[in-house]
Design a protein around this ligand. Structure first.
Ligand code: ADP
Ligand code: ZN
Length: 608
């Protein structure tokens, strides 16, 4: 098995559970596989498919996912095909013949098509196994229910002897149970791998206003030159605005949201997959069909509504196992908006609770990864060292006076103001509505002038989280002091606030200079992938070669070779085709196909 893994996929060892799962399937037994995105689910059924007699039928919900998988398999010289509405009749005719002749090892098929063919094509071929990808789509409890999936229960009835393996990256206990029941899996073994994604760094920035976010985003992208990433925004409007901003700074950016035509969405997705743009600004509509393995970072422009959504979205980074960065912005405005959504939703209680857990994550002063894993029912014994809390633990100070100033201002307006007015009063800003109401005459007017507006927003968010005041969502978001706030206000208790640490700001000129450099700079620079001995220049040469080879074949660059493999080539610099073949990610097929090109490039580089 290990030999086959190397020959076909170029990997030298299995990931945890892969080998067990494969052995189980080879015994023709049913299985449910739960692994995080990027965990390596595909190989669990692809290797058995290669080893077993006949064709493996793989059910997949989206054409784009099938396309990606089929291209990846073909890039490894494996006979994989897809049958879906994207094919024309001639293609399908040929495909049917190939299937009947047993020439196809893996047939990817949409659930609708599977049903149509259940009593026809599928009965005319030898089927080795059924793999149900994204199996959570079968359950109404999951977040991605697809009615077509419920019909898959016919498989068991029609093919009682063929093993079924269901795979998913997201399934709580109810969904898990539902998958087993609906697919009528026979005494399935359930394989659950750790959901930890140690290669994803976790960072949260609290209380940033628009301007600060803009600055932070630009700095972040300058630190990831040429590396692809996604910026998730709450609204369509925001995706457009952020994209405009990046474009104005010379960053190749596109937009994706449900308000665009389907051709515009396809174009955005393809440009991203093929490294023609660096950044997508998107709503949560983006991502389901994306298997791109070299997404190097994710930014959340707004806070997501739950930890599930958050984890799924950041999970799109670093599927190739390379270090990738994630950044979450979290503001009072988000919280107000999301609470409103939750209150207006059909399931108030659940949604508020989910939001609450998300908020706790954002607010945490313990290792963030521990919170995430704990949420998914895993316990972690140690701090991760790869989140902002681990790297830079929050410090607290006695902020009683600050809190008192704010709460006092709220009280003096008879609790009839929102956060914006509150900050204006504290900072002593004049504007019409404020003076009309006579708030400039309050004793607290200007009492917090020494604290910048952005810091006030941060402190207010902290105060809200500590329960010193509440937001009355049904009363224009006016602020109401709580009993525990009153205790601080009247000096009965102290309030410990977190010290605000703003990152050192890069001088503006530096940013501008970088931008100019960037324009001549090709996409992808290894800066943040770098480890010792890595030759950035060689990586760049190999990256361009990869891009050229990908364009020639009209497939995405990461399918030619992953970032990880490219990185290994740049550090190990194999100079013979034999040595090239030993690099992780290069199987026999890729060795034959690309060996000469890459080895020549490396030799030229070394001898220049
Ligand atoms: P999933 O479907 O679980 O999201 P994939 O099957 O796409 O994940 O695998 C994620 C990445 O990990 C792919 O680039 C895949 O080639 C790689 N991978 C899978 N198994 C191994 C392994 N045993 N060794 C090294 N890389 C692997
Ligand atoms: Zn940590």
């Amino acid at each position: 098995m290990l030999q086959l893994l190397k020959t076909h996929f170029g990997y030298g060892s299995f990931r945890p559970l892969q080998q067990d799962i494969i052995q189980h399937i080879l015994l023709k037994k049913d299985a449910l596989v739960l692994m995080p995105t990027g965990g390596g689910k595909s190989i669990c059924y692809q290797l058995p498919a290669i080893m077993m007699d006949g064709t493996a039928i793989v059910v997949s919900p989206l054409i784009s996912l099938m396309k990606d998988q089929v291209e990846s398999l073909q890039a490894n010289g494996i006979a994989a095909r897809a049958m879906n509405s994207a094919n024309n009749e001639t293609e399908n005719l040929m495909l049917r013949r190939e299937c009947q002749q047993g020439k196809v090892k893996l047939l990817y098929i949409s659930p609708e098509r599977l049903l149509l063919e259940m009593n026809f094509l599928l009965k005319e071929m030898k089927i080795s196994l059924f793999a149900i990808d994204e199996a959570h789509c079968i359950s109404q409890w999951g977040h991605d229910f697809r009615p077509e999936y419920t019909q898959l229960k016919n498989i068991r009835e029609q093919f009682p002897e063929v093993p079924i393996v269901a795979l998913t990256a997201t399934a709580d206990k109810i969904t898990r149970h539902d998958i087993i029941k609906q697919l009528e899996l026979k005494e399935p073994r359930i394989f659950i791998s750790s959901f930890d994604r140690p290669n994803l760094s976790l960072d949260v920035k609290r209380g940033f206003q628009k301007k600060e976010k803009t600055k932070a985003i630009l700095e972040f992208i300058y630190k990831h030159p040429g590396e692809c990433g996604i910026i998730y925004c709450m609204s369509r409007d925001n995706t457009e605005k952020v994209a405009d901003l990046l474009l104005r700074h010379g960053i190749k950016t596109t937009v994706y949201h449900a308000g665009l035509s389907s051709s515009a969405r396809d174009k955005a997705q393809n440009d991203f997959i093929n490294d023609r743009v660096q950044v997508v600004c998107a709503t949560i509509a983006f991502g389901m069909g994306i298997d791109k393995s070299n997404v190097r970072w994710i930014i959340h422009y707004n806070m997501p509504k739950s930890i599930e959504s958050f984890y799924q979205e950041i999970g799109r980074a670093g599927r190739d196992g390379m270090k990738s960065d994630t950044l979450l912005f979290y503001s009072l405005g988000d919280l107000v908006m999301l609470s409103k959504f939750a209150l207006d939703s059909g399931q108030q209680e659940i949604n508020l609770e989910k939001l609450n857990r998300m908020q706790q994550y954002a607010e945490s002063d313990i290792c963030r990864r521990r919170i995430l894993l704990n949420y998914f029912g895993e316990t972690m014994e140690h701090d991760c060292g790869n989140c902002d809390v681990c790297r830079n633990p929050p410090e607290r100070f006695d902020g009683t006076i600050i809190v008192q100033k704010a709460l006092s201002a709220i009280m003096r307006t008879n609790q009839q103001i929102g956060t914006r007015m509150l900050v204006a009063i504290l900072r002593g800003n004049y504007f019409q509505e404020l003076t009309e109401k006579g708030y400039d005459k309050l004793k607290t007017f200007g009492a917090g002038r020494d604290i910048p507006q952005a810091d006030w927003m941060d402190y207010l968010l902290q105060m809200l989280n500590m329960g010193y005041f509440e937001v009355a969502y049904n009363e224009n978001n006016h602020l109401k002091v709580t009993p525990s706030g009153a205790k601080v206000l009247y000096g009965q208790e102290k309030a410990m606030l977190v010290v605000i640490k703003r990152e050192e700001k890069a001088p503006a000129t530096k940013g501008r200079k970088k931008k100019q450099e960037k324009e001549e700079q090709p996409m992808f620079n290894i800066a943040t992938l770098s480890e010792e001995g890595l030759d950035k220049e060689l990586f760049e040469v190999l990256r361009l070669l990869r891009l050229r080879l990908a364009e020639q074949q009209a497939i995405p660059p990461y399918i030619v070779l992953t970032d990880k493999t490219l990185h290994l080539l740049a550090t190990q610099r194999p100079t013979t085709i034999e040595d090239f073949g030993t690099i992780s990610g290069i199987g026999e097929y890729k060795k034959e196909k690309y060996g000469k090109d890459f080895v020549d490039a490396i030799n030229n580089f070394l001898n220049r």
